[in-house]
Ligand binder design. Sequence first.
Ligand code: FAD
Length: 451
Amino acid sequence: MLKQDMETDVLVVGAGPAGICLAINLGKKNISTILIDQKPKKNVGYKPCGDALSPNSTRRLFELSGIKQPRGKEISENLATAHFRPVSDFELSIDFKSQTVDRLEYGQRLLESLTDYASVSFKSKHKAVETIVENNKVVGCKVRQYDGKIINIYAKIVADCSGVTGIVRRTIPESVSNKFQTKLPKYETIVSYREIIETPSPHNYQKQMRIEYHDEMPPPGYFWIFSKGEHTLNIGVGWLLNETNKDSNTKLILAQLRNKIFPDSKVLDGAGDTLSGRLPQYSMVCDGFVTCGDAATLVNPISGEGHGPALISAYFAAETIELAIRNEDVSESFLWRYNIRIWKEYGYDGGLGIAVHKLLNSVPFSDFSFLFEKGIISQDDVDAIMYDYSVKLPIFKKIIKGMRKPKLLFKVAKGLLLAERIKRLSQKYPETPDKFEKWVKKIKKIEKKRI
Ligand SMILES: Cc1cc2nc3c(=O)[nH]c(=O)nc-3n(C[C@H](O)[C@H](O)[C@H](O)COP(=O)(O)OP(=O)(O)OC[C@H]3O[C@@H](n4cnc5c(N)ncnc54)[C@H](O)[C@@H]3O)c2cc1C
């Protein structure tokens, strides 16, 4: 170890929601932790995002670990309803409590709360550039400091919380683990662009969260409008990349939609980024390594919600890491319990997301309105699919009954069945790494199924 190098129990890479939440929970357990982020301290928390955060996630986090929910100026607006408009003349509305938050304010408050924990230190303008591996085990990261110098930070466990870039995961050689992806393929990548806009008079979407489809977008694109106050909105577009939409420009298309719907608005901020549109990583651990949040591809592929999963996965990771450090066992086998927990928690969301994306790639949006207009799928069914974590049998029966568009209905039934199968497999995540290969084969087989 050179003089400038550092050593700690846990190195957390990235101070987004996942990284800070992990560092706070490790601090509560008095575990020596270094948290690094490439950004200057004052920018930690900022992220191009729809800014929607379900209070369910933060309430749960508060109950689990006492991290306070967004409050005061951290909340832009409490939202009361959600609206889905797949075609211009049809809309599905639900009472759905949510919030838009000011991510910078919320992120800065979480960062500030780290000072309560003596075992945690934060280093801004420190960029991880490569994972350090010794004896087939992750032992640290090469980090570029603010002055351009490269130092090594050694740790018993490195936690990748670097968001969609997944810098640690990406630079772990296959010889150490081939159980997770080093690169996200295009067809599992959602490209996205969002703007914060201000309207001269109160806008028409007070306290609303809306997802719409417009002809300007290449399928399976979506356009969101999330209220952030009487005159302020977060608007954005995104789509899972495929052969036909890969050259479409998210920024230009959003500008067209803004000019059409909010012609007098002023753009306060605009930025783009990518999200993963896939299942959680099949494994999120190897010797000396854990990953959380976007780096573990935990974003919900339908809603794009990743903030809540980032916070909750980090809480689960902290529990596993504490046990590993106390037991002096940071092996893949010991850390495996984290995989089981995450797959039980988020496997269903991922499975449903894969099914919906497959459907959207093979059925035009307009066809979906038919299902709702004819009452084949009701509001209660949607709630059951989204929130009861169950694909109930009556939906299948109704779908089979609605024979006016048999091809469409057959595809929807196939999609629901696919989601149900992934859900069942998620609950049967292998107890130990030696059963992993067999399990992965099964899940890949389901993922490959065409709808
Ligand atoms: C356009 C868009 C809209 C979205 N809308 C929503 C929404 O409405 N609701 C929702 O819940 N989710 C939304 N998401 C997803 C959400 O933003 C993420 O899921 C969430 O931020 C994930 O948190 P994280 O901590 O895993 O990663 P991030 O928030 O991305 O944080 C990663 C951190 O790591 C740092 N970092 C990266 N590389 C390095 C490196 N090499 N070295 C050091 N530090 C590094 C970054 O600077 C950053 O601070 C959206 C995403 C996008 C792109």
